[in-house]
Design a protein around this ligand. Structure first.
Ligand SMILES: Cc1cc2nc3c(=O)[nH]c(=O)nc-3n(C[C@H](O)[C@H](O)[C@H](O)COP(=O)(O)OP(=O)(O)OC[C@H]3O[C@@H](n4cnc5c(N)ncnc54)[C@H](O)[C@@H]3O)c2cc1C
Length: 396
């Protein structure tokens, strides 16, 4: 891949940047900047604005309702979305289940589900984890029993992100206790708004409601909601996880955060009586993280380039997942160190008058610090990613 973007790509970048500056809902950008949670109507409006432009399912081929962009265009688009401060697109529809539907689903399922995912009008949630099946996902016990042309669903899914904004959930279910654990798993989709389904909020450490427990009691769904073959759900789930883990890089957002930290640090007066940080040590740490973001960028481009040549992300996606999430956590640590130093100076010394604009970042920044702890847990913990690398990449 040629990393020097040619003039046509730079023009593409300008067009995307200008669209976010002039056409994207401003009130949503302002809410995100203030660190406020988006309501379901906000999420729908934000995603439908992208959907109306044909940009929501940014990695999909044209034949399935995507823009058919090259890897470079997708990458520039993601960077500009994050640079604009727009909320991350809810991945469960466009990044996770959409590609599973167009790769393994029937023609009827493609016609039924893909348009609502691509235009942002229908929200999805991911029902993998259970109270007794997280890292050891293949032990899941959520049951689907076929009764005529329906499956009867019973069980509990937990840590379900964005279920409060979702209309549908894709579920890993157990359809056989006989076979090897992985071979008794089936991939089934269900509507959330139906009798027998209860969505219970879980408030996370950042004080927000992103997560739910979703209980199913004797919920009937048509067999036509099953994707692919019965007992093949594990294969589809692993394909999905490859895409999920590759999607964590979020380079544009990381660069915007680092620029923000630089701005905050530059407003901390040097000298003074009170200090938490050694300036040179802080600058060295900041530079080291910036280099990690550069390395992450090259690595993600390498993986995406292989995908565009016809491959799937593969087990190397685990390397990206670890790099991306640990770097994200280091960035938020730098943020609170700088914010704490500034807070201390504010009381102990005088603060430069042009500082005030940066105060607004402290509260959402600390919530982001707490929220980012979860990145090394979800999508399969980083310990599990290390196991995958040892076994499947290094062959140990
Ligand atoms: C913010 C957030 C959002 C989430 N969103 C979703 C979602 O939308 N849908 C969904 O299905 N799930 C979601 N999850 C669940 C997530 O995938 C699980 O939390 C994760 O897989 C870990 O499972 P667990 O919580 O059961 O921990 P456990 O599996 O109990 O692990 C506990 C600890 O033991 C370690 N451990 C376990 N087994 C091993 C091993 N073999 N080797 C080394 N260490 C090991 C783990 O790394 C971890 O540190 C989310 C989680 C969070 C925190």
């Amino acid at each position: 891949m040629n990393l020097d973007f040619d003039p046509a790509l730079e023009q593409f970048r300008e067009d995307v940047r200008s669209w976010f500056a002039h056409e994207y809902p401003k009130d949503i950008l302002e809410k995100v900047a203030r660190g406020e949670s988006l309501t379901t109507p906000d999420v729908r409006r934000a995603e439908m604005a992208l959907g109306a432009k044909g940009w929501l399912a940014s990695a999909w081929p044209k034949e399935h309702g995507g823009p058919g962009w090259s890897i470079e265009e997708q990458y520039i688009f993601d960077e500009e979305l994050e640079r604009a401060g727009a909320p991350t697109v809810t991945p469960m529809g466009v990044v996770y289940v959409g590609p599973v539907v167009y790769t393994f689903g029937s023609e009827e399922q493609k016609a039924r589900w893909l348009p609502g995912i691509a235009d942002g009008s229908v929200g999805w949630a991911q029902g993998y984890s259970e109270p007794e099946a997280g890292s050891d996902l293949a032990s899941l016990q959520f049951s689907a029993v076929q009764d005529g042309d329906e499956y009867v669903l019973n069980g509990t899914k937990i840590w379900t992100s964005a279920a409060n904004h979702a209309d549908w959930i894709f579920l890993l279910t157990r359809t056989s206790q006989e076979a090897k654990k992985q071979l008794g798993i089936t991939f089934i989709c269900a509507e959330l708004d139906q009798p027998g389904v209860t969505v219970k909020p879980i408030i996370s450490i950042d004080g927000k409601y992103h997560l739910s427990q979703v209980d199913f009691v004797d919920v009937r769904v048509p067999v036509s909601n099953r994707i692919g073959e019965e007992g093949k759900g594990w294969t589809y789930s692993q394909y999905l996880l490859g895409n999920e883990r590759t999607s964590y890089a979020r380079i544009g957002g990381k660069r915007a955060q680092l620029a923000n930290i630089r701005a905050i640090a530059s407003h901390i007066p040097t000298g003074g009586n009170a200090r938490l940080i050694d300036e040179r040590a802080f600058a060295a740490r900041l530079s080291a993280v910036e280099m990690k973001v550069d390395a992450l960028e090259i690595t993600v481009l390498r993986v995406l380039s292989a995908v565009s040549d016809g491959g799937a992300p593969g087990k190397e996606a685990s390397i990206l997942k670890i790099m991306a999430t640990e770097t994200a956590q280091e960035i938020t640590e730098l943020f609170w160190v700088a914010a704490a130093e500034h807070g201390l100076r504010k009381f102990a010394d005088s603060v430069s008058p042009d500082w005030t604009g940066h105060n607004a970042f402290a509260a959402p920044g600390i919530a982001t610090y707490f929220g980012t702890r979860a990145q090394s847990i979800y999508g399969g913990t980083n310990e599990i990613q290390r196991n995958i690398i040892a076994k499947h990449v290094l062959g140990l």
